[in-house]
Write a protein that binds this ligand. Sequence first.
Ligand code: PEP
Ligand code: MG
Length: 594
Amino acid sequence: MIELSDIGEAQIIEGLPASPGIVIGKAFILDTERPHVEEEPIPPEDIEEEIGCFISAVEDTKNELVRLRSSLEEELGETHAMIFDPHLMILEDSMVIDGTVRRIKENGINAAFALTENIGIVTKAMSRTQDEYLRERVYDIKDIERRLLMRLLGRKAKSLRHLEDNVIVIAQVLAPTHTASMHRERVMGFGTEVGGRTSHAAIMARSLEIPAVVGLRDATDIIRQGETIILDGTVGLLVHRYDNAILDYYLDRKRKLEEFERELLTFKDYPAVTKDGRKFELGANIELPDEVNSALSHGAEGIGLFRTEYLFIAEDELPTEEEQYDAYRAAVEAMAPSYVVIRTLDVGGDKFGPQGPAERESNPFLGWRGIRYSLSNPDVFLKQLKAILRASSHGNVRIMFPMISSLQEVRDAKQVLAAARQELRMEGLAFDEDVPVGIMVETPAAAAIADVLAEEVDFFSIGSNDLVQYTLAVDRGNDRVAYLYDQYHPAVLKLIDATVRAAKRHKKWVGICGEMAGDPLSVLILIGLGLNELSTSPLMLPEVKSIIRATSYNYARKVAQRAMSKRTGPEVRRYLETIFRKRFPEISETEMIT
Ligand code: PEP
Ligand code: MG
């Protein structure tokens, strides 16, 4: 990768790329800190009035959120609007509300102080957990606390609603309450300190098609309000205090990137076919049904991965069969007659909703995750399968099971699927009897027994994100071992190759839906190994297609074989970079390859 220090002077904060693109503009530091409050005694005769003030602050905040919710629903649909429900529930929660009222009364103190004390206790235990779902809820509670305090103190919160300039929003965390009310035309990008690729800010940025970088440690302390910054969502950097050489470099890169993207989009309706006539399918990965718009506008031929976790994680209650059916049906109808691979719930690891285990597991990625969770909760699983099957009568659905590590799991999952079909028949509800059933190959075990599994299913989709993590024993979310997370590692390439070969032997369709599918350097290897489909974020599809169209299958096969003969990941990467510099100079530039 290009070192910016070779170009000029700049301060850099490294984060994780969450939504691609480059923006240069003024930073808007969203103050997500709560105001400081002091304890003040309240005389007994004024206690009722103090409680009254608190209750009206709660009511006003509730009304404000209900308004926000319905305007979001109108604009982006129910699935986006649902993210407000936890906030509204917090405003009804007795620990939060009654607990504060009790404190005002019993301690004879001001409402603002009673609230912060009470919230401090409620969130203390929650903050210590590693559980991403509970931690996200802490942000929601703190967001509500801040809103209530602003009202109690008669202050106006800085919001994203009335932005006068175009800005890049930098925040510790971006809550749905911020993004829902923001002045969209003015927001050029997001940078957040907290959150991964599947955090709310990241998902929102991808649906709005604006650049985003997450995991920018201490950015709100380091960056000054109004400072001009560069946010590079393609590589995952925030650049500031830069000299003219860096600015010129970025202006030039941004111009080329945008020009290149425009050019690529003109090929959106062309097939992903190599020069020697081999056709590949390009799918899009989505988290929410309305992302199909972005998938279609970027030339996706299908949805290679519909992650259904968001439907479950955004809510405090599990979604009903009907709610799920509506969401799946929306995506399926919008894509019809093209395929939609709906993956059953893959909670666990770093993604847990209300269904999480009561106690923290010491190895969550090796624990109660994916199909393991579904099989031990047959009611939840059955309901989801019924909803997916019902959606299948509106288009072209494929069902996929995540985190498979044994044949027994596939058989057990198919049994629940058979029960779901049976119930629908008895209820007289329509579904497609021939829905293909597949699995994610994302554990080394599944790759190693791919031949056996291929006999049991209709298709495979390789989950490289997890396959890399499990093959190399590297936690995909742990900064300390991130340098070992290497998708070019020969062990990973060998398992992908073995999986594709097994699928071919059994004449089964095989795709890949991990981030590797959207990594330009990996594309030649993946098509050279003979995958049928590459599925990735919609925004990456035009670039992937341009690589496929500019190469021959014969050449890609040679590249894949050469890459497989290398001994280390860095050797593979260097080899691919050399090819890219020669054959794809525009892409080398956008990806900052020297
Ligand atoms: C993967 O593991 O590659 C994958 C696509 O699934 P997820 O990232 O949702 O675990
Ligand atoms: Mg996975």
